[in-house]
Design a binder for this molecule. Sequence first.
Ligand code: ADP
Length: 265
Amino acid sequence: MIILKIGGSILTNKDSVGEVDVQSLRRIASEVKSSLDNSPKDLIIVHGAGSFGHPPAKKYKIGEKFDESEYPQKRIGFCEIQNAVKKLNMYISEAFIEEGLPVVAIPASSFMTATNKRIVEGNLDSFKRYLQKGFIPVIYGDVVLDDELEFCVISGDQIIQYLAKNLNPDRVVLGTDVDGVYNKNPKTHDDAVFFDKFSSLDDLDTLEGTTNIDVTGGMIGKIKELLYLADLGIESKIINAEVEDNIFKVLENENVKGTVISRGK
Ligand code: ADP
């Protein structure tokens, strides 16, 4: 089984709110299809919320403490975000189904709950049952109820971590819009140094954020989730899904440039 994350940075245009990058989406759907045609495999897809989820999450400050009087406004914010990411998922599912890929959406907001922004509950039996029937379960960055904060946002990266911890996949792959992890943001630093392997946050020059609208932690958030998996002995790999054929190759276990996150040397 492979758990594949497709970053919101690839699927949406980060500069314009609520716009799908149709070209990338179609290309990725067709690469996934080619790989499954080539060699059948169990696949779970996780996608980010990109420019659909982050702006309303920021606007309503979901995940921050609030007074009781603000509850109705926060609640409608929760609904707005849930609906926005659902919309993105519908575009993605549509493109995959058009390719003939049997995707079925299993939204986190419908079955996961968190405590202080960490997923604590989420029964994955339906994932297993859909997989057994030959479906491709799809889950995405979403809002969920939180025992301490009422509501919170959970990233696709945290979901990857939760699924991998509980489902014991053979491989965990994350496609984003850079080749992998560098010692600093390669988009703003020409001299950033690339890591083939990454095993500690100490290797980063700065803990400087990532994209400016990402409320769920961007590259740093991603690395933290993956290091947690590495602690459990689960290796993962970040690759550039903007490079044509990378998703196909990685699904076929061919060599693709990227950063392997593991605690070993
Ligand atoms: P996605 O939406 O694909 O999950 P994000 O946009 O959240 O990904 O994170 C990827 C972005 O993180 C890259 O576009 C890059 O600009 C930024 N970034 C910040 N620091 C680093 C770093 N040290 N190494 C690689 N990318 C970084």
